[in-house]
Design a binder for this molecule. Structure first.
Ligand code: NAI
Ligand code: MG
Length: 367
């Protein structure tokens, strides 16, 4: 098979939801012989227990060789006291860094069957399908200096530094414009150029990238605070939103909650295209964590994980028809009223992780 996956289930509910993705991969492999070949590795607490590291060098090498990494979740109380540099989250940070995953894609999609479950008015979110593209490896989370110092007057001073170079803005803008072309052809760039120099440069470089290579895509600029307000007021005005690491962290969490449960939200992280093959390194993972409170109970919703695999079909393997099919299968299962506990309303009956996985495979079969 030419499509190589590395599965990293991780901790807590990670292995449980990964089992359901394996059923989906198995279904695609049966339909078209050997579409995917996959290997499995350990990450997070599971890797610490086995190797004393948050990911082994062997599994890192496998991740670099794979066309896509499918990642569950890491962490849990069991590892609260392990040394900082081998804590479970370090495995994910290492993967992001070593694979150069600078673009984080977070879709906010409203499944019709769940439009009533949102805290927002139904007409505000019904049919919503927007994509937030967040810069993931630069900005204020990484800029130097980053310090807390003691002052002579007995107080302390904390400093974080926002740093962006032209190339970092160019490449994230390029990802956003490319994605918009396969959608509704509109990009909204959000920054705070009124108060931040990095916002001024962001605005200029996004505009220059647009004018140079993406004149066919509609470009709009918005101040990030106003953007946050618009995102809640009328989110359907957006198609692709592109922003820096900090604003993207906050705006993508806001957008996520427009549409419902954490158990529904997929994400992708992409790197630069390989010079020889044009393929991007990529990691796909649910937005949620390892949910230790429900691990082992069969209550985990596998949809975020399965929808993350649909993103892999779309962005790593250019299997657009198959990605659409898988998303339709999820939507159909929800239309039939199938609910895991986290998305059930009132006295609605609930099904288990496995039953939801089986139901989605059944819906694929029925398409
Ligand atoms: P969490 O996302 O694991 O859980 C938050 C709440 O949502 C919990 O009540 C959980 O039961 C529920 N939930 C999450 N995913 C669900 C699903 N698929 N189906 C049904 N319910 C679901 O976040 P929390 O509790 O803050 O963190 C738990 C652990 O996960 C911590 O160790 C944290 O560091 C780690 N974490 C890991 C992430 C990753 O691997 N990328 C991301 C976020 C947290
Ligand atoms: Mg966040």
């Amino acid at each position: 098979a030419s499509n190589r996956l590395l599965l990293l289930p991780g901790d807590g509910i990670g292995p449980e939801i990964m089992e359901e993705v394996k059923k989906v991969i198995g279904w695609f492999n049966e339909r078209t012989a050997d579409t995917f070949e996959f290997d499995e590795g350990l990450v997070g607490g599971a890797a610490y227990d086995a190797h004393g590291a948050s990911i082994s060098e062997e599994d890192m090498a496998k991740a670099k060789a794979a066309d896509a990494v499918i990642f569950g979740a890491v962490g849990g109380p069991k590892w609260d006291d392990v040394p900082y540099d081998v804590r479970p989250e370090a495995g994910l940070l290492r993967l992001r860094k070593d694979l150069g995953l600078f673009a984080n894609l977070r879709p906010a999609i409203c499944y019709p069957a769940l439009a009533d479950a949102s805290s927002l008015k139904k007409d505000v979110i019904e049919g919503l399908d927007i994509l937030i593209v967040r810069e993931l490896t630069g900005g204020v989370y990484f800029g130097e200096p980053k310090t807390i110092t003691d002052l002579e007057n007995g107080q302390q001073r904390a400093i974080d530094t926002q740093v962006y170079d032209t190339y970092e803005i160019e490449r994230i803008a390029g990802v956003a414009f490319d994605l918009a072309r396969a959608r509704r052809n509109k990009v909204t760039s959000m920054e705070k150029r009124n108060v931040m120099k990095s916002g001024v440069l962001w605005n200029q470089v996004v505009t220059a990238t647009h004018d140079k290579s993406y004149k066919d895509v509609e470009l709009e600029h918005m101040l990030a605070d106003a953007g946050g307000m618009q995102l809640v007021r009328w989110p359907k005005q957006f198609d692709v939103i592109v922003c820096d690491n900090l604003f993207g962290d906050m705006l993508s969490d806001v957008a996520a909650m427009l549409t419902g449960s954490l158990g529904m939200l997929p994400s992708a992280s992409l790197g630069a295209p390989d010079a020889a093959t044009g393929k991007r390194k990529a990691l796909y993972e649910p937005v949620h964590g390892s949910a230790p409170d429900i691990a082992g109970t069969g209550a985990a919703n596998p949809i975020a994980m399965i929808a993350s695999f649909a993103m892999a079909l779309r962005y790593s393997f250019n299997m657009i028809t198959e990605a659409d099919m898988l998303e339709k299968a999820i939507s159909n299962a929800l239309d039939k009223g199938l609910r895991t506990k986290d998305i059930a309303q009132g006295d609605q009956a609930t099904i288990s992780t496995k039953e939801m996985g089986n139901a989605i495979v059944g819906e694929l079969e029925a398409l």
